[in-house]
Design a protein around this ligand. Structure first.
Ligand SMILES: [Zn+2]
Length: 253
């Protein structure tokens, strides 16, 4: 085993193809994009993602994460790549700067944007992993991979509950933005994603369910008539989703 690990290390040092996740950072097109690139690199989320993948959701095929893409965030199955524009990070920073009080939350807008990026990376990698493992999808795939992101964060990332809550907040900010004021047009109901506010509550629900004592106030904004039911549902839901996703995750040996 040890020998194999060393060979793998050597191969990766030599820059030769080893299956799994690789990162491509495209040339920034503006000083803002340059800043985005630096923040993403400095944050360590790319290495964290690679380490998580090796340990819990390994890929036999290659998967490239391309930052600085024009489209995205999205997973492109034909290229086995995940595309992330630098603008996505920059917009997230703006959302957090406008909507979350830095002093009150104790976290900077940049850290909120990095949390959102890690959740988004896991969501997109989740799409790729569903293909890799030929996982049967019996509902909305978008919800399935949101759950994947939350389960990985809550089990295997330090402060993953805070990261998940930031990502949930971002869904709430997006749902309140002016751009989305036409939210309830008929066509929106035909979309593949759940509404941002549903994604917000679904993510908080899993965070609550993962540790109800620690997060006892997390669902407080739910109306009194529903909250007891919701709390019970979220505890059950976390257990179900957590157990079922673990049928497809490898555990550390
Ligand atoms: Zn998706």
């Amino acid at each position: 085993m040890k020998k194999l690990a060393i060979i793998t290390l050597l191969l990766s040092c030599m820059g030769q193809a080893v299956a799994g996740i690789s990162i491509k950072m495209n040339e920034p097109q503006s000083p803002e994009e340059q800043q985005a690139k630096q923040s993403i690199e400095r944050s360590g989320i790319n290495q964290a993602l690679i380490d998580l993948s090796e340990q819990y959701f390994p890929f036999e095929s290659d998967l490239t994460i391309e930052y600085g893409a024009e489209d995205g965030p999205l997973y492109d199955p034909s290229e086995q790549s995940i595309l992330i524009p630098y603008a996505f990070y920059l917009e997230s920073v703006d959302y957090f700067a406008e909507n979350r009080d830095e002093e009150e939350s104790g976290a900077s807008a940049e850290s909120g944007a990095i949390d959102t990026m890690l959740h988004t990376l896991l969501h997109e990698v989740g799409h790729a992993y569903v293909v890799e493992r030929e996982i049967a999808i019996l509902g909305k795939e978008e919800d399935v991979v949101d759950n994947f992101a939350a389960i990985i964060l809550l089990n295997y990332v330090e402060n993953g509950d805070d990261v998940s809550i930031s990502a949930a907040d971002m869904f709430a900010f997006e749902s309140q933005s002016e751009e989305n004021s036409e939210y309830y047009e008929l066509g929106e109901y035909a979309g593949e994603h759940s509404f941002d506010l549903q994604r917000y509550f679904a993510t908080l629900c899993l965070v609550f369910g993962s540790d109800p004592d620690k997060h006892k106030h997390l669902l407080d904004e739910v109306e009194e008539d529903f909250i007891t039911d919701r709390r019970e549902h979220c505890i059950d839901s976390f257990e179900t989703v957590n157990n079922n996703w673990h049928q497809y995750l490898t555990s550390a040996e």
